[in-house]
Design a protein around this ligand. Structure first.
Ligand code: PMP
Length: 423
């Protein structure tokens, strides 16, 4: 564009932006929450137990204390989500993030089975953080004083050359965060090669752990989903049976905050953790476990429910992708993920623009995830990543919000271009 054409284009964009501001919008695309229609899919969960239905298959009265690792039928059914054996899992409370937080806190306070001392007694504890990643993982590290080392993501997982050389050299690196399937926010799935390298790589820390947050393992948006190599047997075969803690929950299957969290690991880790849990609690909410078993019935029940979720949210993903393509496609000012599952679309703008775009959207009434949140310490080195969460708003609101988002991308990119030309 000539300078004059660019200035005219900018004036047009500014006018459209003012029109948006005049609408006094109040829309929220900031967090990956299910919408009301999705929550309604699990309405039967609220009354699928009766006064006389409170016993687990082994005779346990689910109304009473006990059962630290979960009732047998819940372990059997939910182990499918984790791709683990029932004996490899512990059913927790309502939140997998809670399990992750507590596990890291335990490591800091007491150490893991192979630790020479509690991690908090070490001069430094570090974690690898493939980025862009899940902001709440990074928040846990920051809260516990664990130094975060940024690792780049590629299309099939973290940059393994980087990961391997870092963990081989530094005994302070105690772990890595991974969202291996429909990653938050990039939507990628780890390739078999990446899973095998993670399982096999030599690590300087003997108590190194992979925090395998498989939060979206059954959250497909297609009928022909890609598969993820099962990390537990892969680590076992590579001679590192205790390397992984795997997490998942039913938060985005039934009710977030009122679902069931779960963890899978080696028998050694599970036994160690059960002893610790026994001190922390007399047992989890077994009635909620029984309720979920009655509601799901079986694996096919979970699959059918996930298809219903997909039918509600796929049009929302499609709408966001269509607007991105029609408004920003071929303009060389943005690129974005096209996920086959999960909850997010990851938008990359021109370097140095993301913060301004998010601020402009917010000033016109659309709340997005803060720019930088997808990086350790909230610092995106290129200031270009924005996480879009299409699931919660109704389609009509989502359309409006996205029209504003793409407008802000164009507006800020144009401002940068004008500045670069000294205009
Ligand atoms: N892990 C990831 C990757 C997530 O995206 C989320 C929810 N946004 C969670 C964990 C939280 O799960 P829960 O509700 O089980 O704590």
């Amino acid at each position: 564009m000539s300078n004059t054409a660019l200035q005219e284009y900018y004036a047009e964009l500014s006018k459209s932006y003012q029109d948006f501001q005049a609408q006094n919008l109040k829309l929220d695309m900031s967090r990956g929450k299910p919408c009301t229609e999705q929550l309604d899919l699990s309405a039967d969960l609220l009354d699928c137990l009766s006064k006389s239905d409170y016993k687990a298959s082994n005779g346990t009265d689910c109304r009473n204390y006990g059962g630290i690792d979960g009732i047998p039928e819940a372990k059997k059914l939910l182990s499918w989500i984790l791709d683990a054996k029932p004996e490899e899992i512990i059913i927790g409370g309502n939140s997998s993030l809670n399990l992750m937080h507590d596990l890291l806190s335990r490591a800091m306070l007491h150490g893991l089975p192979e630790s020479e001392m509690p991690w908090c007694k070490l001069p430094k504890v570090k974690f690898l953080c493939p980025s862009p990643g899940y902001d709440r993982h990074f928040a846990i590290c920051q809260h516990l004083g664990i130094e975060m080392i940024r690792v780049n993501y590629q299309d099939d997982g973290p940059d393994m050359d980087q990961v391997e050389s870092l963990v081989a050299a530094d005994s302070a690196i105690k772990g890595i965060w991974c969202v291996p399937k429909y990653s938050n926010p990039t939507g990628i799935i780890y390739s078999d090669a990446v899973v095998k390298r993670l399982a096999a790589m030599p690590t300087k820390a003997p108590d190194f752990r992979i925090f395998w947050d498989n939060a979206y393992s059954v959250h497909h948006l297609t009928d022909t989903p890609d598969t993820l190599l099962n990390i537990l047997p892969t680590c076992d075969a590579a001679g590192h049976p205790d390397r992984v803690f795997e997490f998942a929950s039913t938060s985005k299957i039934t009710f977030p905050g009122a679902g069931i969290a779960m963890l899978a690991s080696s028998p050694k880790n599970i036994n160690w953790l059960k002893k610790q849990l026994n001190i922390q609690t007399i047992g989890p909410d077994k009635l909620n476990q029984l309720r979920h078993v009655r509601f799901f019935k079986n694996e096919a029940g979970i699959k059918a429910l996930m298809k219903q979720h997909a039918a509600i949210i796929k049009p929302k993903f499609n709408l966001v992708l269509d607007i991105l393509e029609s408004e920003l496609g071929g303009k060389y000012i943005a690129s974005w993920s096209k996920p086959q599952g999960g909850y997010f679309i990851s938008l990359d703008t021109l370097p140095g623009c993301a913060k301004e775009i998010v601020a402009k959207a917010e000033a016109a009434g659309v709340l997005l995830t803060p720019a930088g949140a997808t990086y350790p310490y909230g610092r995106d080195p290129e200031d270009k990543n924005i996480r879009l969460s299409p699931t919660f708003p109704p389609l009509s609101e989502l359309r409006l919000a996205m029209e504003l988002v793409v407008l802000c991308v164009k507006l800020v990119s144009t401002e940068h271009e004008l500045a670069a030309r000294g205009l």
